[in-house]
Ligand binder design. Structure first.
Ligand code: PRP
Length: 207
């Protein structure tokens, strides 16, 4: 599995805003959206292109199109914070949703929604989950996609813990993980440290 850490001053500044506990919900959501643009840009670096001819005001030019946009799968809820950027960069893409809530006692992912099509043979997928903690939630979504024939699978995360990376790598399901940072560790509640807290709660509240 390839691990890409987007190491860039503009990404690092946005990540700092996300980590800061004084960042309010609107600013948090905006920072995640802007950072998502950079992560998705990187995640799409290896997308196959096909040539296309266009005419500029100066004459003929060779350009590219993307013949097979990847399916995008936000892992609910927090994955929605990364979704808008994908829709702007790949407006033609299809979206399917996987809902998983981590049981905070067992730390096991508890699925509550799945709108993934039954047949995804050969379809590349971007799986959006900002927090790769134990890796259980991302692994669940990727297993589901893999069982339907999808691939290659690329995980797009904001933060990853070493434990989560090891879990995803051992699953053998994911070709690539793109993240803005690899943090130190998980705490005894399996929260990423130093992390940014609970991404879903900071995006959407606790109602
Ligand atoms: C959080 C986070 C990830 C998951 C990471 O979601 O958004 O999806 O936990 O943990 P893991 O790697 O140990 O599985 P949560 O279950 O809190 O749901 P939410 O997105 O609705 O807040």
């Amino acid at each position: 599995m390839e691990l890409t850490v987007v190491d860039h001053p503009l990404a690092a500044r946005l990540l700092t805003r996300l980590r800061d506990e004084t960042t309010d919900r609107a600013a948090f959501r905006l920072a995640m959206d802007e950072l998502a643009f950079m992560l998705v840009y990187e995640a799409c670096r290896t997308l196959p292109t096909a040539p296309v001819d266009v005419t500029t005001p100066m004459g003929a030019a060779r350009g590219v199109r993307i013949p097979h946009a990847p399916l995008v799968v936000p892992v609910l809820r927090a994955g929605l914070g990364l979704h808008g950027a994908v829709l702007r960069l790949l407006p033609e893409t299809d979206t399917a949703f996987v809902g998983v809530a981590r049981n905070e006692a067992t730390l096991e992912p508890e699925p509550y929604m799945n709108s993934v099509p039954a047949d995804l043979a050969g379809r590349p997928v971007l799986v959006l989950d900002p927090m790769l903690a134990t890796g259980g939630s991302l692994a669940h979504a990727c297993r589901l996609l893999h069982d339907r024939g999808a691939g290659p699978l690329t995980g797009v995360c904001v933060l990853a813990a070493p434990e989560g990376i090891a879990h995803i790598e051992a699953s053998g399901l994911v070709e690539r993980v793109v993240t803005a940072a690899v943090d130190e560790r998980l705490d005894d509640r399996a929260f990423i440290v130093p992390g940014l807290g609970d991404a879903g709660d900071r995006l959407f509240g606790t109602a």
